[in-house]
Write a protein that binds this ligand. Structure first.
Ligand SMILES: C[S@@+](CC[C@H](N)C(=O)[O-])C[C@H]1O[C@@H](n2cnc3c(N)ncnc32)[C@H](O)[C@@H]1O
Length: 243
């Protein structure tokens, strides 16, 4: 008697871009069409930032699951909740069901998808994993402003602000363009350091880029007066960029 073994289906780590469904890649759309189960980072099954981007594409026969990741402030080792998510994804794939894990922007740029993929490689080497790149919020912000992220010999810094609040001045003093992720929490310090360097006119803040409630602040000191979402970034361009 031979036991039939179902080959594991693929886990797709899908970058959904910054928020506008038009910025999904064709590959992401095709893969989502084929997935039986869609996981997204968020405590609820039915709502979440990344889920909101793809919800218009999903069918009623596709199962949607929230995957709570216990985000911690400050440095962590990247394993908070990711192994649990990887186990759930591997379980679905081993039943023969193609499954997606959504990540906002690009999964490999500060994305939770990068940690989930690493956990999968470690705990479920039998399960094929494919990573679908997405448009990063940094690229979308540059396009919105018409500011290059980097030109010619420039070195672009992409800095998660909350982890480097004491280095803001030093990073600005390098002189190259900077994209500040997680900018809301460090905005007062960033404004102060930019003002000290006469650099406020080279900075812009974009909140929820690509969403219907997107806000753009060309004077980032004005953003100090409002409640900002976590989904806010600041671009600082260099003196020498050609606009
Ligand atoms: C953990 S990082 C994830 C970056 C994402 N993987 C990407 O490629 O864009 C989260 C930070 O990205 C920025 N971000 C992500 N999506 C955004 C959006 N739609 N609008 C503005 N900033 C966004 C914010 O600075 C947020 O704090």
């Amino acid at each position: 008697m031979s036991l039939s073994v179902v080959p594991a289906a693929t886990v797709y780590i899908v970058g959904v871009g910054p928020g506008d469904p038009d910025l999904l890649t064709l590959r992401a759309v095709k893969v989502l069409e084929r997935c039986a189960v869609i996981f997204h980072p968020g405590p609820r099954n039915d709502s979440g930032f990344a889920l909101g981007v793809v919800v218009p594409l999903l069918r009623s026969d596709q199962v949607i699951r929230g995957a709570e990741l216990a985000m911690r402030r400050g440095p962590d080792d990247g394993t908070v909740g990711y192994e649990r998510v990887a186990q759930r994804l591997a379980h679905e794939a081993r039943q023969g069901r193609p499954v997606a894990f959504l990540t906002e922007g690009d999964p490999m740029l500060f994305g939770s998808g990068s940690y989930v993929a690493a956990q999968l490689r470690s705990i479920a080497p039998d399960v094929p994993v494919e990573i679908i790149p997405g448009v990063s919020a940094s690229s979308a912000a540059a396009a919105r402003l018409g500011w290059p992220l980097a030109q010619k010999d420039e070195i672009l810094t992409i800095c998660p602000g909350t982890y480097h609040s004491d280095e803001i001045g030093a990073i600005l003093d390098r002189g190259g363009p900077v994209c500040w992720f997680k900018a809301a929490a460090v905005l007062p310090r960033l404004v102060e350091e930019l003002r000290r360097r006469d650099g406020l006119n080279r900075a812009a803040l974009i909140e929820r880029i690509g969403h219907p409630d997107e806000r753009v602040f060309l004077d980032i000191s004005q953003a100090l007066l409002v409640d900002l979402s976590y989904f806010s970034l600041v671009l600082v361009r260099s003196h020498t960029q050609v606009l």
